[in-house]
Design a protein around this ligand. Structure first.
Ligand code: FMN
Length: 324
């Protein structure tokens, strides 16, 4: 099966079927300490921060798609929302552009000129393509950073998956050394542990997106497409555990099962620099409710900050919480 067809199948599966983990990302274990007397004017709560040199709201649209006709509209609408609300945005895997199959869906920079736009390649593509080819993606799509996705679970369960991950960290190191923009390492929903975060830091990676379990389950997506062996639908490190394990190693993006602005604030309070989500943005785009969803989440983030006694991003970074 070609990359384009596979991407289309993934979108259809994620939109129509229940592809989420039954176990949670862990946010219900995190209780932010309620402040009954916040010394804050709610109308002045401002959560903007700097990410990749640009001022943004700390909620990222995680990598979703690209590389087939149907992705053009999705990425355009996401890019417009990213610009309107100052959200960093990740593109889906750029393999189709590397293979010369499709590129229009990735060329959205004009729609989101002021926010970080992050490219995406699979760690498996790094052994196939020279750094120069990845650099070409950076300049063509005008990217601020390149995410390398780590998806061993998806590859090993997929009928057509690439399963030789040996030496992958060396390819990441070569990319990080030579690429003109920072490299972000991201999981795709099964989380990253501390030892892997340290390995990635040694390889020259500058950011980690933990993309932990509790949200979209890529094993469940692959099972719908005939993946095997069964039994891995609930495999992975929860997002909360992954953030707690990896904080302090590198700056983190806390994603995977973030399902409200309250989860997003909790991810930041736990130690991530910003939060991210994928499937909720895709569903909202599909239902033509992107504005509604983003406004609601931003509102929740601001109210959660206010009710915890913070007026700005630096306050959220120091928030007190209880872990149950
Ligand atoms: C339809 C869809 C396609 C995705 N494609 C990619 C991809 O190409 N590259 C990538 O790094 N992650 C990809 N992801 C993974 C997400 O970026 C994210 O890490 C994961 O879905 C967990 O976040 P969530 O629970 O908010 O969906 C995709 C997710 C979805 C829902």
């Amino acid at each position: 099966m070609g990359t384009e067809e596979r991407k289309e199948e993934h979108i259809a599966a994620v939109l129509k079927k229940d592809v989420e983990y039954e176990k949670s990302a862990g946010f219900e274990r995190v209780e932010l300490l309620h402040d009954a007397l916040p010394d804050v004017d709610y109308s002045k709560v401002n959560l903007k921060m700097k990410f990749l040199g640009k001022e943004v709201f700390p909620l990222m649209i995680s990598a979703i798609t690209g590389g087939f006709g149907g992705a053009v509209e999705i990425n355009k609408e996401l890019a417009v929302a990213a610009e309107k609300y100052k959200l960093p945005i990740g593109l889906g895997s750029m393999r189709a552009m590397l293979e010369g199959v499709e590129e229009e869906s990735y060329l959205v920079r004009k729609l989101c000129p002021s926010v970080p736009l992050i490219g995406n390649v699979g760690v498996m593509q790094l052994s196939e393509y020279e750094v120069g080819r990845i650099e070409n993606l950076v300049s063509r799509a005008e990217l601020d950073a390149m995410a390398v996705h780590l998806n061993p679970m998806q590859e090993v369960l997929q009928p057509e998956g690439d399963t030789d991950f040996s030496g992958a960290v060396g390819h990441i190191a070569k990319l990080a050394e030579r690429l003109s923009v920072p490299v972000i390492a991201k999981e795709t929903g099964a989380g990253i542990n501390k030892a892997i975060a340290e390995k990635l830091r040694e390889a020259g990676v500058e950011w980690i997106d933990v993309a932990g379990s509790g949200g979209t389950s890529w094993s469940k997506v692959e099972y719908m497409r005939g993946g095997k062996p069964p039994g891995f639908g609930e495999w992975g490190i929860s997002t909360v555990d992954s953030i707690l394990m990896c904080k302090g190693v590198l700056p983190l993006i806390g994603s995977g099962g973030v399902r409200s602005g309250i989860d997003a604030i909790k991810a930041i309070a736990l130690g991530a620099e910003l939060a991210g989500a994928a499937r909720p943005f895709l569903l909202a785009q599909d239902y033509k409710k992107l504005d509604e969803m983003v406004t609601e989440w931003i509102g929740q983030m601001k109210v959660a900050a206010f009710l915890s006694g913070c007026r700005d991003y630096s306050g959220v970074k120091k928030l007190k919480y209880e872990l149950r």
